[in-house]
Design a protein around this ligand. Structure first.
Ligand SMILES: [Zn+2]
Length: 282
């Protein structure tokens, strides 16, 4: 499965390198897409929507998840925009409010106190109904790329103690780390203006260090998907800026495969957008 997956991504990459003409790209219209949505955990406080955008041309599948921690607002604000993107090929699946009950309470976890991002053990069944439903989406759509959006109050400096913001953590995979490096370089050049806020790339911790149960770990280890966990910092950074970072990171990570034509609407905006404005702390 991994070989087929890699072949598909390589083939997609080659088409990207050959280049589609501007005319082809601009001819994309909403009618070339099918949009669908359905609800997980329907009828419960955890009910949450899954959005599926399919291009008429076949291609890779990307899954974007956010709101696994309910107080990380930038992720689900970005994913809401992403769920409406137009794509040229393949399939884009989005779960903006994975932990909808926690989102409604603006808290990391719902009242049950369960950290949703520890319920996806590698090689085993997920440990809660919600985690099993979310994993069911992974099994149904078999994504080539999985991206999970998070926020931290600090900035990563090599250990987890001071926070983990401004990093894309990736699967132990040369393709994933190289894609993440390209995305962070692009962001740092175009959307980061303050010293100390540059994005970097980190690798998932190995299973031996005890941190297990993350959705992206399981996706990488059990399915071979290229997996990314993106963390932006809320330290002295307004919501708009954090949403912009997440949106641009996802765009960079998927555009070669899905040829996204949306998400570009603010390409020429000021890179300082959201910097040095109202300070947000939480
Ligand atoms: Zn988080």
């Amino acid at each position: 499965m991994t070989c087929k997956r890699r072949t598909f991504l390589t083939a997609a990459g080659c088409t990207g390198l050959l280049g589609l003409s501007t005319a082809q790209v601009s001819s994309q219209s909403e009618s070339d897409l099918s949009r669908d949505s359905f609800t997980l955990m329907s009828g419960t406080k955890k009910a949450t929507n899954v959005y599926v955008t399919k291009a008429s041309e076949s291609g890779p599948t990307a899954l974007v998840v956010s709101g696994i921690h309910g107080n990380e607002e930038a992720g689900y604000a970005a994913a809401k925009k992403i769920s409406r993107w137009q794509i040229q090929r393949g399939t884009l699946v989005t779960i903006p409010k994975a932990n909808a009950e926690a989102v409604a309470e603006d808290a990391r976890t719902a009242d049950d106190g369960i950290d949703l991002n520890r319920q996806f053990p590698s090689g085993e069944n997920p440990t809660t109904d919600l985690a099993r439903d979310i994993w069911g989406v992974v099994e149904e759509y078999d994504p080539d790329i999985v991206i999970d959006l998070h926020e931290s109050t600090g900035i990563y400096d090599g250990d987890m103690i001071g926070g983990v913001g401004q990093v894309i953590f990736t699967s132990w995979d040369e393709a994933a780390s190289s894609d993440a490096k390209k995305a962070t370089d692009y962001l740092n050049e175009n959307y980061v203006s303050r010293d100390g806020y540059e994005f970097s790339v980190g690798a998932f911790s190995p299973p031996s260090d005890g941190l297990d149960g993350l959705l992206t770990h399981k996706a990488a280890r059990d399915t071979g998907a290229l997996s990314f966990l993106a963390e932006v910092t809320s330290q002295d950074t307004v919501l708009d800026k954090r949403v912009q970072w997440h949106t641009k990171l996802v765009q960079q990570l998927v555009e070669e495969e899905l040829l996204t034509t949306s998400g570009d609407e603010d390409k020429n905006e000021d890179k300082n957008k959201g910097d040095n404005c109202e300070i947000t702390r939480w």
